[in-house]
Design a protein around this ligand. Structure first.
Ligand code: GDP
Length: 522
């Protein structure tokens, strides 16, 4: 890391986990380390305040969750950390996926009593698609847990990911007293996280003094087994996404969090080059480039202003500069780019690769948009995922059909839902990956457009974008399925299937057609 080089000092990351594994708690402690907040608990307190402010979005309040994902910036040990938050509620949305396109690494939090859970696996798969390096934190060691080997085994088997334990727990549950660093032979104690003690090895009397006889015996045997049998940390494999360093701790007790923040600094990559449709853009190029991965409607229902979250990919963003919006070819002035902190936001005078800035706008910016200093580049990597839920939108007043179409178009552009227009002219179908998105849609249609909408199951269960190497074959397929074809917001053809079986049947029957469940924007 070079203190003079803003790129090498940056770490842009997300936390992936199943609800309740401890993500919020860990976020609070990370921010505490960075001095971004004075007291742990502020993240929640802030979320409550925000909910009072965002009156129009009643569901946020009702469910006590934040639908809104955001970014938190803090500094620690010479590094600038940008933590991109992903919604923690049980329901989740495409925002969660898209956020992962804007990070360089991720922390995977696992509940030590539960191991790998469904959401963790899903989010991990998205990280794997992009080869995002993952640091693993096994949390809640202060409670009864599963055997550490058992958890490591499960990570290896279910995620097909090599594990390299860096620390090892000393005792578990009530008798958890700290961790032992396998490589450096250092003990950190639960109650004195900041004062590591060097020891001679796992049988050091210092460790014996911390544990009862049975726990000491188990810890010693396990550490010897882990030192001999487990993979060692290897930077290259980690950076390629094949191996994860593993730390044990307790977010609640603020233990092991320092290990994580150090691991991000020492192991995790700074912002690197990103692919565009035409060339690779290096993070250290002079000219500013960036892409929008999230749009957030502002809290004030009377103003249709929105914040576009843009990840800076190269160069230096300066407040007041003009940037070219490649999709339209028009310039927009970046007069009020913003940084977000745990407690407030601030005008961003300058930002570098890896930073995320919020750009206020009135609908000019869409998800997937690239901004440059003039070059026609389009970043790939803000994909759409085939929705898991498809619904027809119904409104009570048929006279408002046109307004509904306009509103759905706007919501589609903002990425609130995906919109599919059936070729046979029947009503629009919306698609989401999490049911919560439908609630958000209904709420916004009511608040912003005065539309009272409800959702009906459609006869379709799933859908796929279709392409083919041969245009005539694609045409033939589309003509053969007049009542099962639709167009997405960009006009791309989408096959709507009534069941997984139906989809499989068509896939087998039409080998020349590619059925894709991910579509890159543009
Ligand atoms: P999230 O849903 O992943 O954001 O999880 P939270 O951070 O809200 O944590 C879920 C619950 O687990 C809360 O009651 C936390 O207090 C608790 N929790 C989080 N970390 C720990 C830990 O290290 N030890 C224990 N005992 N409880 C924890």
């Amino acid at each position: 890391m070079n203190a003079q080089d803003p790129v090498s000092r940056r770490r842009t990351f997300a936390i992936i986990s199943h609800p309740d594994a401890g993500k919020t708690t860990l976020t609070e402690k990370l921010l505490l380390f960075g001095g971004a907040i004075q007291l742990a608990g502020e993240v929640r307190a802030k979320a409550n305040r925000r909910q009072t402010r965002s009156d129009w979005m009643g569901i946020e309040r009702e469910r006590g969750i934040s639908v809104v994902t955001s970014v938190m910036t803090f500094e620690y040990g010479g590094c600038v950390y940008n933590l991109l938050d992903t919604p923690g509620h049980e329901d989740f949305s495409e925002d969660t996926y898209r956020t992962l396109t804007a990070v360089d690494s991720a922390i995977m939090v696992i509940d030590a009593a539960k191991g790998i859970e469904a959401r963790t696996r899903k989010l991990f798969e998205v990280c794997r698609l992009r080869d995002i390096p993952i640091v693993t934190f096994i949390n809640k060691l202060d409670r009864e847990t599963r055997d550490p080997f058992d958890i490591l085994d499960e990570i290896e088997k279910t995620l097909a990911l090599d594990v390299a334990p860096i620390t090892w727990p000393l005792g578990r549950g009530r008798s958890f007293v700290g961790t032992y660093d396998l490589e450096r032979k250092v003990v950190r104690r639960l109650d004195r996280d900041s004062e590591p003690t060097a020891v001679s090895g796992p049988d050091d009397p210092f460790i014996a003094g911390l544990l009862n006889e049975a726990d000491f015996k188990e810890a010693r045997e396990q550490i010897e087994l882990a030192s001999d049998g487990c993979k060692r940390f290897e930077s290259q494999s980690f950076l390629e996404g094949h191996l994860t360093p593993v730390f044990f701790g307790s977010a609640l007790r603020n233990f092991g969090v320092r290990d994580l923040i150090d691991a991000l600094k020492d192991f995790a990559p700074p912002p690197h080059g990103l692919e565009t449709a035409s060339r690779m853009v290096d993070a250290r190029e002079d000219k500013m480039t960036g892409f929008v991965f999230k749009i957030q409607a502002n809290m004030d229902p009377n103003h249709r202003d929105r914040i576009a979250f843009m990840r800076v990919c190269s160069g230096k963003l300066k407040r007041g500069m003009k940037a070219k919006l490649v999709r339209t070819g028009k310039n927009i002035a970046l007069n009020a780019p913003q940084f977000f902190f745990a407690q407030d936001r601030q005008l961003a005078e300058e930002a570098y690769a890896g930073d995320v800035v919020g750009i206020p706008n009135h609908g000019a910016l869409r998800i997937g948009d690239t901004l440059t200093e003039g070059e026609n580049l389009v970043f790939r990597g803000v994909p759409s995922f085939a929705p898991e839920i498809l619904r027809r939108v119904k409104i009570g007043d048929a006279m408002k059909a046109k307004k509904l179409r306009e509103a759905l178009g706007q919501m589609g552009e903002e990425g609130v839902v995906q919109l599919f227009l059936p070729n046979d002219g029947s009503g629009a179908i919306v698609g989401v990956v999490g049911a919560l998105q439908l609630d958000v849609l209904a709420e916004r249609l009511a608040a912003e457009y005065g539309l009272d909408a409800s959702f009906e199951t459609s006869r379709f269960e799933t859908c796929r974008w279709i392409t083919s190497k041969t245009a005539p074959e694609l045409d033939k397929f589309i003509r053969a399925h007049p009542s099962s074809m639709a167009a997405d917001l960009d006009g791309a053809p989408v096959f709507m299937a009534s069941s997984a079986w139906d989809l499989k049947y068509e896939q087998d029957k039409w080998p020349e057609i590619v059925f894709s469940d991910i579509k890159d924007y543009q």
